[in-house]
Design a protein around this ligand. Structure first.
Ligand SMILES: NC(=O)c1ccc[n+]([C@@H]2O[C@H](COP(=O)([O-])OP(=O)(O)OC[C@H]3O[C@@H](n4cnc5c(N)ncnc54)[C@H](OP(=O)(O)O)[C@@H]3O)[C@@H](O)[C@H]2O)c1
Length: 154
């Protein structure tokens, strides 16, 4: 499972119920990576972002909701694994928010973090990667954002 998320210097991802910022170059990278693949998001993020075309979306929720075309719901890892069997050849991207990242953190093998170079004051934060992951590459995206590539320590 690959984490894909935009965060600030304090690991904040959202403020006042919205993503802290949108950067066109980051959105383009997100689209290129995830098109044709599976993205996993929390139910609150689905409500914010809506269903994205040209990919399979898995949504974590405790509610019992019916699956739709190219969109499935799951409330446990067992249910996720069962539903992912249909997409065995696709990459699995975990795209937020913080709730689902907390729940599935132990399954993340690799992470691409778009790190903006300021503190947003955001109140929704992801866990720090430093203890469990090695930072293997940083790639400038714009003057205010760098992509960090992390891989889980062996
Ligand atoms: N910066 C970024 O790149 C980025 C990316 C994605 C999202 N965001 C932002 O992050 C915010 C949302 O993040 P969030 O942490 O508040 O919400 P979230 O992770 O998107 O969704 C939380 C919901 O997921 C479900 N859930 C979480 N853990 C679960 C578990 N263990 N078992 C079953 N269901 C579980 C619950 O749904 P139910 O309540 O339905 O049971 C919970 O309310 C939004 O503002 C969004 O815009 C930012």
């Amino acid at each position: 499972m690959i984490l894909l998320i935009l965060a600030d210097l304090d690991n904040a991802i959202a403020k006042d119920g919205k993503q802290i910022t949108f950067i066109p170059e980051d959105l383009a990278r997100f689209k290129a990576r995830t098109t044709g693949q599976v993205i996993l998001m929390g139910r609150k993020t689905l409500e914010n972002a809506g269903k994205l075309p040209h990919r399979i979306t898995g949504v974590m929720t405790r509610k019992n909701l019916p699956d739709e075309e190219d969109l499935f719901y799951f409330s446990s890892e067992e249910e996720l694994d069962e539903k992912l069997k249909a997409y065995g050849d696709r990459k699995i991207y975990l795209v937020g928010g913080a709730g689902i990242i907390q729940a599935l953190f132990h399954r993340i093998e690799e992470a691409y973090i778009t790190r903006v170079n300021y503190r947003s004051g955001g109140d929704v934060k992801i866990p720090s990667l430093e203890d469990d992951f090695d930072l293997v590459e940083t790639t400038p995206i714009t003057h205010k954002a760098t992509e960090e590539h992390w891989i889980r320590k062996k």
